[in-house]
Design a protein around this ligand. Structure first.
Ligand SMILES: NC(=O)c1ccc[n+]([C@@H]2O[C@H](COP(=O)([O-])OP(=O)(O)OC[C@H]3O[C@@H](n4cnc5c(N)ncnc54)[C@H](O)[C@@H]3O)[C@@H](O)[C@H]2O)c1
Length: 268
């Protein structure tokens, strides 16, 4: 028997590290916050819904975790600058950034206004650029490396539904951005990866089904699920487990990768 070192427990531990999770108040982001905090990280729950972020932080702190809510609109450069500065003010460092905040309003291109298009690109793509840049500047200065994890979508590779052309453009963009940034930041010990979820049960998906966008989202989702080999929607924790892996020392030699977490949907 060989004795491996470091141990699996040590490889998974995030003790002493500080993470920012955008869109961390609910859904996939909330799941990621919980796993990173469980692994020992101090986690900033950075969200445009401050009330929901504060509720999430309170629950985590009550369970003995280290978490703090902060308001941010990821598309606003000044707010993103302040988010990273306040994180440094709280724990003195930032080691992990999870770019998770994203919106997915469903609207066919022929009904899509320029504002509809810009709004999705602003949050989903510009937001990833702004947060990554601010966090990476700090990580480079710290000289202890870091991790940037971008939550893309299977729509970064293949469309899942009509009505998401602006969304698909944004997520393809994030995947391209991920690969180039990984090249640029590797010399600084900062690994940049993406997670591409399939259909995950979140408040955002529930809201999308309820909107009258001209696309029957209930029917779209039913048809989508019929093509998932695992025959279920994903849970936020399915994505959170992958995020924990990428944030941890288990992922010591991975950068510029995109892990598809979709129950096999892209195979179908
Ligand atoms: N749920 C899915 O099926 C699915 C599939 C593939 C990819 N994704 C991606 O996963 C991410 C999270 O999705 P979800 O389903 O958990 O969404 P959700 O709507 O349930 O939660 C999103 C969170 O992001 C926050 N947010 C939105 N805009 C923001 C902004 N400008 N600045 C800061 N915070 C903002 C919201 O307040 C909310 O707390 C998104 O990037 C989404 O594109 C989701």
């Amino acid at each position: 028997m060989s004795i491996s070192s470091p141990s699996i427990t040590d490889l998974l531990s995030l003790t002493g590290r500080t993470a920012i999770v955008t869109g961390g108040a609910m859904g996939i982001g909330r799941g990621i916050v919980e796993r990173l905090a469980e692994a020992g990280a101090s986690v900033v729950i950075a969200d445009a819904d401050l009330e929901a972020a504060e509720t999430a932080a309170k629950e985590l702190v009550e369970h003995g975790r280290s978490a703090l809510a902060m308001y941010v609109d990821v598309g606003d450069a000044d707010e993103v600058h302040r988010l990273v500065a306040d994180t440094i003010g709280w724990r003195g460092r930032v080691d992990i950034l999870v770019n998770n905040a994203g919106i997915f309003p469903n609207v066919p291109v022929l009904d899509m206004t320029p504002d509809d298009f810009d709004r999705v690109l602003r949050t989903n793509l510009r937001g990833v650029y702004l947060c990554s840049r601010e966090a990476a500047l700090r990580m480079r200065q710290q000289e202890t490396g870091g991790r940037i994890i971008n939550v893309t979508s299977i729509d970064a590779l293949h469309p899942s539904s009509v009505g998401l052309a602006h969304y698909d453009a944004s997520k393809h963009g994030v995947w391209g951005f991920t690969k180039n940034l990984a090249l640029e930041l590797a010399p600084h010990g900062i690994w940049v990866n993406a997670i591409a979820p399939g259909a995950i049960a979140t408040p955002g998906v529930t809201a999308m089904q309820a909107t009258g966008s001209g696309v029957d989202m209930k029917a779209v989702l039913k048809a989508f699920l019929a093509q998932v080999p695992m025959r279920r929607m994903g849970a936020p924790d399915d994505i959170a487990r992958t995020a924990l892996f990428l944030a941890s020392d288990l992922a010591s030699y991975i950068t510029g990768a995109q892990i598809v977490v979709d129950g096999g949907r892209l195979l179908a």
